[in-house]
Every structure is written in structure tokens, then in C-alpha cells.
Design a protein around this ligand. Structure first.
Ligand code: GN1
Ligand code: MG
Length: 370
């Protein structure tokens, strides 16, 4: 990290209200959108400083307001914990010395600061059923603990974020403008979109018809956004940038997309990409232990389609970005987005092969509920 960048980060950090002195700065490289830094200090806390990408998030003050509101609400759900214990279970946002929960630097970059949760672990892929189960409990709890929060108080930070018909329109526009070389390279993935699209709009239709309720949802529940303690017990849900009104299937699905993929989302060797039904079962168990009584039968019945739809949406979004010339996600090489899209469509194929077993799981839950 160059000296100028270090100086900028230090000055941003010092605009926030704390009395800690920086000892160390490290960049986290995993996010596709924001820039995130670990700030080690000599004080009582270490921190996570984040530059929020305002090309993707057009209303950063509203985004921060959403996150802070949800954190305060979640903190009120742990009345028995001391403040010291609470900070491990809920993201704590720090205000600047002027009182806002974000800081705008001289270059018009937006930043926010949270405490770093020490002695925590996160996973990009899962290799243990227990993690899938604990992840299910953690994300299920997030939905149950925010169920008494009026989702109407949250700004829809990216409108139509998981709206398949809208995402298909963006895809078609990108496809129509794409260069021949990219179109040719993506020909089978474009074909996958065409063959799946009719089924993939069903959940949005049920939402629009009011058959599936809108709740507070996280909308980026990939498993790397779950922190676990040293004993692999779920600790805290992080990255609440996309907390918005949504349907439960989005959060169920995005966690399944990452937990049940036997490889990372950009693995190029597609023979390594398989859908693990055992982890699906473990996640479903944990998720419903926290939520079963608040979900309608229809919501439970459509969880498998929720998983398939979110995998599809991610494949579609990566493909759209590839066709558009890599304008949205951070990429590390020329065909990174295409590889991500191939990976997601391969995961759907493996999911489809095992669909009967997956369906049986929710059916037996519904039967035992009656
Ligand atoms: C993006 O930046 P990150 O990694 O938290 C994206 C998610 C995708 C994810 C795919 C605002 O999240 O929707 O699921 O990449 N966030 C946004 O890994 O588009
Ligand atoms: Mg995110």
C-alpha cells in the first residue's frame, strides 16, 4: 500500500469518533464492490474501515441509515448481553466526530467504520456440515430478529436487486450491445438463461401478487458474510449494505448458493463444482429451527425454488457484466465474470440432478408441521 493511500486511510479513520491510534492497515481482498480495510490499533478495539462504492450504491447516506437502523434493532434483541458481549453479535457502527455514521473525504469518497470482531472466522467454502447448520441458524435468526422491524422504514438501496424480470431486461440490453467475441464465448451460458427464464420469474410473480410477504432481508447472505467463533458457532452476520425489503427466499438462496457449492464461485475447473445436498439439508434444518413458526407453508414450499433462483440470478448478473465489458464487479482477469457465470450455471445443473431429493426435504417438513 502506497504512502498516500495509507495517509488517506489514517486521516479518514481519525475523522471517526474513537480514541485509538493506528498501528496496522491491511486490505481485505474478498469483496466485489467496496474497498475494505482492517485497522489494527493500540487501543481497546480494532476496526473495519470501508469505502462504499457510490457507482454501485447511488444513495450512500440512505444505505448507511438502513444499516445503522438494523444494527440498533438487532442490538435490542439481545437484552441479556452486556455491551461488551453484544459487539460480537451485531455490527457496531461508529459515528464521525461530527456525528454522522459516514464520512465523506476530500475526493467525495464515502466511508464507514465498524468494530472488528476479534476471534472470529469466516469461510468462502464449506467443508463441514456443522458450519452449514450453524450458518442456517445465524441467517434464520437474522430474519426472525428483524421480523418485528417495519421493512417499509428501509430504503430499497438497489431497486429490483433480486427482481428476475428486471435482471433479464438488463441482460438482454447487454447481449444486444455486446461485442461478437464475448457473445461467442458466452454462447452456452446465454442458452442456459433462455432455457431457464420462464421458471425463474415465478417467485417474483408470487411476490408481486402478494402471495409471498415482504420482510427485512439481508440480500447478500453468502457464507463469507457469516462470522463464526473459534468453536464454529454462528456469531454475527456482516456486510449489511444491501439490507432491504425482500422475500425470505433471497437470503435462504444466497447462503445455499455458497454453502452447497463444493468449489468457490469463480472456480474454473467445473468438474469441481457440485451441489452438496447434505449441506442443503443441514442449512435448511438450522434455518427453520429459528424461523419455521414465522414462515407460511407457501414460503417453505418455495425454498428450493428460492435456492435455484438465486443461483440463476448470480449467473445472470455475472454474465450480463461480462457481456457489458466488466463494468460492475471487480475482476482480476479478462474472463473472470464469464468464469463466474459458467460456475453458477454448472451449479444449477448439479442442483437440478438432485432436485427430487431436495424437494423431499421441504415436503417432509411441511408434512410434520400439519
Ligand atoms: C457482490 O461485494 P460483495 O462481494 O459483498 C454483490 C452481491 C453478489 C456478490 C457475489 C451490491 O457482493 O450481490 O452476490 O458480489 N453485491 C452487490 O459474490 O452487487
Ligand atoms: Mg455485499
Amino acid at each position: 500500500m502506497g504512502l498516500n493511500k495509507k495517509e488517506l486511510i489514517a486521516s479518514v479513520f481519525n475523522a471517526f469518533n474513537h480514541n485509538c491510534t493506528i498501528e496496522e492497515i491491511q486490505e481485505f481482498s474478498s469483496g466485489h464492490i467496496n474497498d475494505t480495510y482492517f485497522i489494527g490499533t493500540s487501543g481497546a478495539h480494532n476496526f473495519v474501515l470501508q469505502r462504499i462504492n457510490d457507482e454501485v450504491f447511488h444513495n450512500v447516506p440512505a444505505l448507511v441509515n438502513n444499516k445503522v437502523k438494523i444494527s440498533k434493532h438487532l442490538a435490542s434483541q439481545f437484552p441479556k448481553l452486556t455491551a461488551k458481549e453484544k459487539y460480537r453479535h451485531v455490527l457496531t457502527f461508529l459515528p464521525t466526530r461530527k456525528g454522522a455514521y459516514f464520512y465523506q473525504d476530500a475526493f467525495d469518497n464515502y466511508w464507514n467504520l465498524t468494530y472488528y470482531i476479534k476471534d472470529s472466522i469466516s469461510y468462502d467454502t464449506v467443508t463441514d456440515k456443522e458450519i452449514a447448520y450453524e450458518g442456517g441458524k445465524l441467517f434464520g435468526k437474522f430474519i426472525s430478529q428483524t421480523s418485528d422491524f417495519d421493512a417499509g422504514q428501509l430504503v430499497e438501496i438497489i431497486p429490483g436487486f433480486h427482481d428476475v424480470p428486471k435482471r433479464l431486461i438488463q441482460f438482454e440490453k447487454a447481449r444486444d450491445k455486446a461485442c461478437t467475441e464475448r457473445l461467442e464465448k458466452a454462447v452456452s451460458q446465454i442458452e442456459c438463461v433462455h432455457s431457464l427464464q420462464t421458471e425463474m420469474v415465478i417467485l417474483q410473480q408470487l411476490k408481486d401478487e402478494g402471495k409471498i410477504p415482504t420482510r427485512v432481508t439481508h440480500n447478500d447472505t453468502k457464507i463469507s458474510n457469516a462470522l463464526f467463533d473459534r468453536n464454529n458457532k454462528g456469531l454475527c452476520v456482516i456486510d449489511t449494505d444491501t439490507v432491504m425489503p425482500g422475500i425470505v427466499h433471497n437470503d435462504f438462496g444466497d447462503a445455499i448458493r455458497t454453502i452447497c457449492n463444493t468449489a468457490e464461485e469463480d472456480e474454473k475447473d467445473l468438474s469441481l463444482v457440485k451441489f452438496n445436498v447434505k449441506y442443503y439439508e443441514a442449512y435448511l434444518k438450522g434455518f427453520l429451527e429459528e424461523l419455521q413458526h414465522s414462515l407460511s407453508d407457501l414460503e417453505i414450499e418455495f425454498l428450493p425454488l428460492g435456492a435455484k433462483t438465486i443461483i440463476f440470478i448470480m449467473g445472470l448478473r455475472f454474465l450480463t457484466d461480462y457481456l457489458a465489458g466488466d463494468v460492475y464487479y471487480k475482476t482480476s482477469y479478462a474472463e473472470h465474470n464469464l468464469d463466474r457465470a459458467k460456475n453458477q450455471f454448472k451449479l444449477i445443473e448439479s442442483f437440478e440432478d438432485q432436485y427430487p431429493d431436495i424437494l423431499k426435504l421441504s415436503k417432509s417438513i411441511l408434512k410434520s408441521k400439519r
